[in-house]
Design a protein. Structure first.
Length: 143
């Protein structure tokens, strides 16, 4: 299985969509706990509409997002604390259910995980992959 990741930090919606299209991504899995953004084009409904125009489906997996204290740890570049907090998030029933859905979907459809951070190593998307799809071939996309 191959899984793509992308962060929209510093990017426009058009740049992200072009990057996803160029990589052959057919589904964007939004793994933000709060799928809203101050960056134009990245709140869930506007993002989903832009993706649809490009032939890319959108699915929100809010339960796979980072809780507030994890987002704070990420902002402070405290990856160890983020990992500790996020491992607890992944033990919640809704997160386990959504993780299983994501894995099943990604096996069938070229899928990209979306979050804010440009660098996947400082983001929970790398922790999610490590926890639920450790054997996946990971392709980090950059805009």
């Amino acid at each position: 299985m191959k899984i793509f990741t992308i962060g929209y930090e510093g990017a426009t919606q058009a740049e992200v969509i072009n990057c996803l299209s160029g990589a052959g991504v057919k589904l964007l899995a939004d793994i933000r706990a709060v799928p809203l953004s101050r960056r134009p084009g990245f709140s869930k409904n506007i993002l989903a509409a832009g993706l649809k125009e490009a032939g890319i489906d959108y699915v929100g997996y809010k339960a796979l997002g980072t809780p507030p204290e994890g987002r704070e740890a990420a902002r402070k570049h405290n990856h160890a604390r983020l990992a500790e907090i996020y491992s607890g998030q992944l033990e919640l029933p809704e997160a386990m259910f959504q993780a299983a859905q994501l894995v099943d979907t990604a096996k069938e459809t070229p899928t990209a995980l979306l979050c804010f951070e440009r660098e996947p190593g400082g983001c929970h998307r790398s922790l999610l992959i490590e926890a639920v799809m450790p054997e996946a071939e990971v392709v980090d996309l950059f805009v």
